[in-house]
Ligand binder design. Structure first.
Ligand code: DX5
Ligand code: ZN
Length: 214
């Protein structure tokens, strides 16, 4: 699966930018609050409007403090997947329960320095695992290959039936990194600058998918 990140799109033309990637499986929406991460992007009213403007399922990545309070709202507007950060949630299991009750898949994200081992038990209550391959906050950063070890571990846990999560990676995914991520066992690839920085964003989506499957 390929999930273009709208963070690298033109925020003045969100609906058109979503329409530019009809081949996307999910549209990745980076919600940043200027507290959990230094950057500030968009919030619920704008995400709700974006969701109404596109048939592509939204994949909301909440880089915010107190996601316990806000995550259910992102599920209620019809998002397919809502991801909270392990480092930010007061009660991650409660977040998962509330997100699922509102009809979305529940995702848990871990920053590059957060060990997967600490979260394996909690992940049993989640549907997706988002492994950050850059420090969250900004698009266009360099891929951190050292996080692939966590992807391999997650893949092993899923393949042996110890976990049932979709493994997603986010940060620095491009033509030069997608293959190593695929080889490590990623199911869903988030790509911002590699898609929206391309002359033809949809072609970039298809190219990444072909490379990931190779
Ligand atoms: C970073 C965001 C990413 C970002 C990825 O904090 O979570 O989703 O948009 O952008 P690229 O693909 O350019 O690294
Ligand atoms: Zn993201």
């Amino acid at each position: 699966m390929i999930a273009p990140s709208i963070l690298s799109a033109d925020f003045a033309r969100l609906a058109e930018e979503a329409a530019a990637v009809p081949g996307a499986d999910w549209l990745h929406v980076d919600v940043m609050d200027g507290h959990f991460v230094p950057n500030l992007t968009l919030g619920l009213p704008v995400v709700e409007a974006l969701g109404r403007s596109t048939p592509i399922p939204l994949d909301c990545h909440l880089m915010i403090d107190d996601p316990d309070r806000w995550a259910p709202g992102y599920a209620e507007i019809g998002s397919r997947n809502v991801t909270v950060h392990a480092e930010a949630a007061h009660d991650p299991r409660g977040c998962a329960r509330d997100i699922r009750a509102a009809g979305a898949l529940a995702g848990l994200s871990i920053k590059p320095g957060t060990p997967l081992e600490d979260w394996v038990e909690v992940l049993r209550d989640f549907d997706t695992l988002l492994v950050m391959s850059v420090e969250p906050g900004f698009g266009g950063q360099s891929f951190m290959p050292e996080v692939l070890e966590k992807v391999r571990t997650a893949r092993r846990l899923v393949d042996t039936g110890h976990l049932t999560v979709l493994v997603e990676i986010d940060g620095g995914i491009s033509a030069s990194t997608v293959e190593q991520a695929a080889e490590a066992g990623v199911d869903c690839f988030v790509a911002g600058s590699a898609v929206y920085g391309a002359d033809d964003p949809n072609k970039a989506v298809e190219a990444l998918r072909a490379q990931a499957a190779a």
